[in-house]
Design a binder for this molecule. Structure first.
Ligand SMILES: Cc1c2[nH]c(c1CCC(=O)O)Cc1[nH]c(c(CCC(=O)O)c1C)Cc1[nH]c(c(CCC(=O)O)c1C)Cc1[nH]c(c(C)c1CCC(=O)O)C2
Length: 384
């Protein structure tokens, strides 16, 4: 039998040549270019609300799926296939917690409860347990399985939409590494910030170096744009965001841009719309992803003012978001009207339509379809 190149069921790790991209709406919008309609994708678009995802999870442990390129590719492709032509980007199936794992911590995914780290960092001395880049720790070796999943998925997508890579941002990862899982108050992680600030900065710096190198590796493997998730930004006061999050976000973005100046970068700092101006003026992100706690029109105004007033005046900023995901529990009529209202709120600002946070396990896949169709129709009509 002769091999005729990549097919959906054969794995292909050649990152030197990929199929030509047929839908570049996402990439153009991320660069601030005018598009005939807004591109759309959703955080957690591959996940438990899809029966085809749950079927895979019955057979395979969560991190097994992440570590097996053929399975990660299959799960990444599921929403692309189901919503044929409605989604404008795929996001590689993985998790932000693969970084703490690579750094040496055990992370389990407990069904119904979420991530659990049985032996988190209790005191600054525990940092000695972490893998150290200065002592031979290789990000590329430890996370090569993610790169393989990305390369393989790029081939499987056959250019139908771009593939996004991602990572967790330092403060969010530190919070999991210290809390040992999710938290209501973040008392343990914040104790580090306020009781051991020097150690906290050391930890944030070490995580940043790993994340920066991991993101560069994802681009090398074939990721066409990247998103950084600072999911717990809203737990910090503006003052503490400026000290413990923003500098690391800025450092990571400039590191990636120093390797790949044209790679579109998105920051999702959930709950931190107080920091919109700083994100525009003090970091190199191209796209700012918003949660639903800010009105689109207000965000557009503030971002435009910050972009033209900044020391490093930039030509444009693209916004991403921001429908409250729980609106997908409403009836289709309400989803349609509130989604259209959201689109109108963004006006002429370059937009990548999305939810303000991820899909939830109890969402109805058909309600997501209503959201996607409404984005297509409304933004196309707005731009005529
Ligand atoms: C904080 C965070 C995590 N992971 C992630 C974040 C940042 C985004 C956010 O703020 O939600 C990011 C993430 N996690 C997952 C993806 C895959 C790509 C996609 O968006 O489709 C992405 C981008 C898969 C996943 N990651 C997880 C699931 C569900 C777990 C399962 O299948 O059993 C999926 C599909 C598990 C996970 N992983 C994490 C949590 C808190 C949970 C449990 C939450 C839950 O149960 O819904 C950590």
């Amino acid at each position: 039998m002769t091999s005729t190149g990549p097919s959906s069921d054969s794995e292909n790790y050649d990152n030197t040549s990929f199929p030509a991209l047929k839908n570049d709406l996402y990439l153009r919008a991320a660069r601030g270019e005018a598009t005939e309609r807004a591109p759309v994708w959703c955080m957690r678009q591959a996940g438990r609300y899809l029966p085809e995802f749950r079927a895979i999870r019955v057979e395979h442990d969560f991190f097994r799926v992440c570590r097996t390129p053929a399975l990660a590719t299959e799960v990444t492709m599921q929403p692309i296939r189901r919503y044929d032509g409605l989604l404008d980007a795929a996001i590689i199936f993985s998790d932000i917690l693969v970084v703490p794992q690579a750094m040496g911590l055990v992370v389990e995914m407990v069904p119904g409860k979420g991530p659990h780290l049985p032996d988190p960092l209790h005191t600054p001395e525990d940092m000695q347990r972490l893998q150290d880049l200065r002592k031979g720790f290789s990000v590329d070796r430890e996370l090569d399985y993610v790169y393989k999943a990305i390369t393989n998925t790029r081939h499987a997508l056959a250019g139908c939409v771009p593939l996004l890579g991602f990572a967790g941002a330092p403060w969010t990862l530190m919070a999991y590494m210290v809390e040992g899982g999710g938290s209501k108050t973040f008392a343990l992680a914040k104790t580090w910030l306020f009781k051991y600030p020097a150690a906290a900065h050391e930890l944030l710096g070490r995580i940043s170096a790993v994340v920066a190198s991991f993101l560069v590796g994802q681009v090398r493997a074939g990721a066409q744009a990247l998103q950084l998730f600072e999911s717990w930004a809203g737990e910090l006061s503006p003052r503490d965001f400026a000290e413990f999050s923003l500098p690391y976000l800025a450092r990571i973005a400039s590191h990636v841009k120093s390797h790949y100046p044209d790679e579109p970068l998105t920051i999702f700092a959930k709950g931190a719309h107080y920091a919109l101006e700083q994100l525009v003026q003090e970091t190199a992100f191209d796209v700012i992803s918003l949660d639903w706690t800010i009105e689109p029109a207000v965000a557009c105004k503030r971002v435009a003012a910050a972009a033209s007033a900044g020391a490093t005046s930039r030509s444009s900023i693209t916004l991403q978001g921001n429908l409250d995901p729980t609106l997908l529990f409403a009836d289709p009529e309400t989803i349609r009207s509130r989604t259209a209202e959201m689109c109108r709120g963004f006006g002429n600002t370059p937009l990548i339509a999305n939810l303000g946070h991820g899909m939830m396990p109890t969402h109805d896949p058909e309600h997501l379809r209503v959201f996607l169709e409404t984005i297509h129709e409304t933004t196309r009509a707005m731009r005529k």
